[in-house]
Design a protein around this ligand. Structure first.
Ligand SMILES: Nc1ncnc2c1ncn2[C@@H]1O[C@H](COP(=O)(O)OP(=O)(O)O)[C@@H](O)[C@H]1O
Ligand SMILES: [Mg+2]
Length: 397
């Protein structure tokens, strides 16, 4: 293995596999921290490749490309969870420092492995089962009640790979759609459809030496299974539930030996007695959409904290800088041209922070976000909603 290339002053090089917006948003804090980033990008015009000078193009599934990339980095981390386990394990055997490590990352790569592990730890989950046949699906639905939620264990995002199945009759249709070698081949995750009050997320960062820090618990708002807004902190959250879910996030990070940022997506539910409670939806081991608010709204944003964590530096203060922060995702709409809308948003609201990812506009694609902080939730939410809606062409004034 060639010697890692340290930046001037002995500062380390952090390699990020994947050139999406998450890698891109690591670049600002890397600049401030004096850390050099290098990105293994899907294409020369990938979101992060446009802003990180060292962005070799290569496939994250190709061991030799990943190996050559990693050899020039001190630590390697991720923009997404799609690097295959055999590639990760080969890198680990080469002596590459990976954060998170493959043994932890598995639980963010495979929803069945995640359910098994969290259930073994006694963490609250929806009722679930592994299905390999149509009759497994029917039996689960008959036992827990229809509809049920079926999930491909791997590769899903923004609701792709998640399907609500309303009755036993729909199982066959759906199998025909996914094809005979579809996800059921390896086993499909089935979950009861949770009658949740709302969706929450707990974001924590943990370093290899075990230091951990948690941001305030947030509420995430999903529209058609895509996160569209995040409210920080989650309004009106029962303080006891906030403490319980934060402890659960920190415990999951410790038990799974997560390094870097861990996002725990949760559903807030009511117990039979009407008390607030939670069940875990899924895990992500990287900076996450539910933490974008922290760039402007917390003393230490998630991208800075992720870099600190993977380098085993002391962690920064995750506390909020304002009573309320609302982050609105900007999804691509029908207008490919955004610049005029962008001018309007800045002119209308000088307090709004606009973040664009340098991505081409495609309907439904996450192309940016807007954050507003302030003392009144109603005010910051209305402003963040307006700015995001305007940028995605929903409003015309
Ligand atoms: N068991 C469930 N009960 C009710 N809603 C669910 C359930 N699982 C997922 N959902 C809804 O679907 C969304 C996407 O599911 P998720 O498992 O988080 O997939 P993805 O990997 O695409 O984010 C969730 O944010 C939630 O709104
Ligand atoms: Mg999700």
């Amino acid at each position: 293995m060639t010697q890692p290339r340290r930046a001037p002053g002995g500062f380390p090089v952090v390699g990020v596999i994947g050139g999406g917006q998450l890698a891109r948003m690591m670049q600002s804090p890397a600049i401030a921290l004096g850390i050099q980033l290098s990105v293994l990008a899907e294409a020369a015009d990938a979101s992060a490749a446009l802003v990180v000078p060292s962005s070799p193009v290569g496939e994250h599934t190709d061991l030799e490309s990943v190996r050559a990339f990693a050899a020039a980095c001190d630590v390697v981390t991720f923009d997404h969870e799609h690097v295959p386990q055999d590639v990760l394990q080969a890198l680990e055997a080469d002596g590459v420092v990976l954060h998170p490590r493959p043994g932890a990352l598995r639980f963010a790569q495979d929803k069945l492995a995640m359910r098994e592990r969290l259930t073994a730890l006694g963490i609250s989950c929806p009722r679930w089962a592994r299905a390999t046949t149509v009759s497994d699906v029917t039996a689960f639905g008959d036992a827990t009640g229809w509809p049920v939620v079926a999930k491909a264990p791997r590769g899903g995002y923004d609701g792709k790979g998640v399907r609500v199945i309303g009755s036993a009759d729909e199982v066959a249709d759906w199998l025909a759609e996914v094809g005979s070698d579809g996800p059921l081949g390896d086993g499909m995750l089935l979950e009861e459809r949770v009658d949740f009050v709302r969706e929450l997320a707990v974001l924590v960062a943990r370093s290899p030496s075990g230091q951990a820090a948690a941001w305030p618990v947030v509420q995430t708002v999903q529209t058609d299974s895509i996160c569209t807004q995040v409210l920080a902190p989650a309004p009106g959250l029962d303080p006891h539930l906030a403490a319980v879910v934060t402890a659960a996030g920190l415990r999951i990070a410790g038990e799974l030996d997560v390094t870097g940022v861990l996002a725990v997506e949760m559903f807030e539910v009511r117990t039979g007695a009407g008390d607030p409670a939670y069940v875990v939806n899924e895990l992500a081991m990287r900076p996450h959409n539910s933490g974008h608010w922290s760039i402007d709204g917390a003393v230490t944003g998630q991208f800075e904290q992720h870099l600190r964590a993977v380098l085993d530096l002391p962690l920064g203060d995750p506390g909020a800088r304002a009573p309320w922060t609302v982050m609105g995702n900007v999804l691509g709409g029908d207008h490919p041209e955004l610049y005029r809308a962008y001018l309007h948003v800045m002119a209308r609201d000088p307090g709004a922070k606009v973040h664009m990812y340098g991505k081409g506009v495609r309907p439904g694609r996450k192309i940016g976000h807007v954050t507003v902080c302030g003392a009144s939730l109603e005010d910051v939410r209305a402003r963040a909603t307006h700015a995001a809606d305007y940028l995605q062409g929903v409003i015309d004034e």
